[in-house]
Write a protein of this length. Structure first.
Length: 365
C-alpha cells in the first residue's frame, strides 16, 4: 500500500491533492479539523468539502480530525503507516495575515510548530517520503514593494528594464530587512525548517512559495481566497472592499490543478531541500480592478464594491512569480489555466451552491 498523508485535506489544495493522488493509486490519509471555521466563521467551514471528498473517494480516503500541533497524535498516525508513507503534502495552515495579527500565538503555533511536528514524524517514521510544503510569497515580506514600479491605467507594473520584468520574481529575492506581517513570519519559520530538514537530515523536501492559490473548491471568505471570494460576492451581490493602491495591485493566480500537477512532478523525482516560487507567472495574473471586470463579464452580475486608501500591512503592490527554476527541474510541467479560465471554473462549479445558500439565508431571515 502506498500512502499519501495530506494535511488540510478538506481545504482547496488539500482536497484536490487528495483526489489527484487517489487517482494515482495512493491511499489518502487526510488530516483536517476544520480550523478555517474558527479562523473565519461558518461561511469558511470546509465541512462540505470533507463530506464531498469522502463520498468521492470512498475507501481510498481515511479521515482524521486531528490538530497538527498535537505532536503525540501526529507521531502515532505516522507510526501506524510507517514506511508505506511515500508522500506528505502539507497544506494545513492559518492562511491570513489579517487574522494573524488578531492572534499571533495561534498563527505561529499552527504554521510553524505544526510544520515542525510533521517534519519530525516524517524523519522518524517515514524518512524516504517526499515532503511538500505549501509556503507563500509572504516570506519575502514587503520587499517586492521596493521594486521600480510604475502605475498604468488598470495595474501597477515593473520597470521593463528590470531583471524581474520578463518572467517575474525569482527565489533570489532577500527575505531579510523587510516587513513580513506576522503571518509571513510564521510561514517563513516553517519554510526555513522544511529546507533545513532537507539539507541537515537529507529528507526530500520542497517549499512551494505560492502567490494566490485558487480554484473551484476554495471556501472563499473575506480574509482569504481572493478570486473565489470575489466571484462569490459578484454572484451573491455581497459588498466587497478593495484595500489600497488604487485597486491596481497585481497578483499572479495559479489554479489548484496546475499546482498539484507540480506536486506530482516533484514526487516522481524528488529533490533535497528545494525552494520554488510557484504561481501563475506572466501567464496568469491580474490586478484587482481587472479581476472585478472579468468577474462581472463572466457572471453577468454587477459587483457592489467600495475602495479604501488603507492597504493591508505587508501587502504586495506587484507580485508575479518566476517559475523558471521549477520548469528547469521539471520541464514537462506547464501551466494550463489563466485568470479568465480560473474564474470561469470557479463560477461554473459554485454558482448553484452559492445561490442555494443565499436563498436559504433569505428564508431564515
Amino acid at each position: 500500500m502506498s500512502v499519501a498523508i495530506v494535511t488540510g485535506a478538506a481545504g482547496l489544495i488539500g482536497s484536490e491533492s487528495a483526489a489527484h493522488f487517489a487517482e494515482l493509486g495512493y491511499t489518502i490519509v487526510g488530516v483536517d479539523n476544520d480550523m478555517r471555521k474558527q479562523f473565519f466563521g461558518d461561511e469558511a467551514s470546509t465541512e462540505w468539502n470533507r463530506r464531498s471528498l469522502q463520498r468521492a473517494l470512498g475507501s481510498k480516503y481515511r479521515h482524521h480530525d486531528m490538530d497538527i500541533r498535537d505532536v503525540a497524535a501526529i507521531d502515532r498516525l505516522f507510526a501506524e503507516y510507517g514506511s508505506s508513507i511515500e508522500v506528505v503534502i502539507h497544506t494545513a495552515a492559518q492562511p491570513s495575515h489579517d487574522w494573524a495579527a488578531q492572534d499571533p500565538t495561534t498563527d505561529f503555533t499552527v504554521n510553524a510548530n505544526g510544520t515542525l511536528s510533521l517534519l519530525e514524524a516524517t524523519r522518524n517514521r517515514a524518512p524516504k517520503a517526499a515532503f511538500i510544503y505549501t509556503s507563500t510569497n509572504k516570506v519575502y515580506g514587503d520587499t517586492p514593494n521596493r521594486l521600480p514600479l510604475r502605475e498604468e491605467e488598470t495595474r501597477w507594473e515593473i520597470d521593463p528594464s528590470h531583471a524581474y520584468a520578463a518572467k517575474g520574481i525569482a527565489e533570489d529575492m532577500s527575505v531579510d530587512h523587510t516587513l513580513h506581517s506576522l503571518f509571513g513570519c510564521s510561514k517563513l519559520a516553517a519554510d526555513v525548517m522544511v529546507q533545513e530538514y532537507g539539507r541537515y537530515f537529507g529528507l526530500q523536501t520542497a517549499c512551494f512559495r505560492g502567490g494566490c492559490l485558487t480554484g473551484p473548491n476554495h471556501s472563499g471568505t473575506k480574509l482569504h481566497g481572493f478570486l473565489a471570494y470575489l466571484m462569490k460576492c459578484t454572484v451573491t451581490h455581497t459588498p466587497y472592499t478593495v484595500f489600497g493602491y488604487g485597486g491596481k495591485q497585481v497578483r499572479d493566480n495559479i489554479h489548484s490543478a496546475d499546482l498539484i500537477a507540480a506536486f506530482e512532478a516533484f514526487c516522481r523525482a524528488p529533490r533535497v531541500g528545494e525552494v520554488y516560487n510557484m504561481g501563475g507567472g506572466r501567464f496568469s495574473n491580474c490586478s484587482m480592478v481587472e479581476a472585478i471586470e472579468m468577474s462581472e463579464e463572466l457572471s453577468g452580475d454587477k459587483l457592489s464594491w467600495t475602495y479604501t486608501d488603507t492597504n493591508r500591512i505587508g501587502d504586495h503592490i506587484w507580485w508575479i512569480s518566476d517559475t523558471s527554476r521549477f520548469e528547469q527541474h521539471y520541464p514537462n510541467w506547464r501551466l494550463q489555466y489563466d485568470v479568465r479560465a480560473i474564474l470561469q471554473d470557479i463560477l461554473d462549479k459554485n454558482r448553484e451552491r452559492w445561490s442555494a445558500a443565499g436563498a436559504a439565508n433569505h428564508v431564515s431571515a
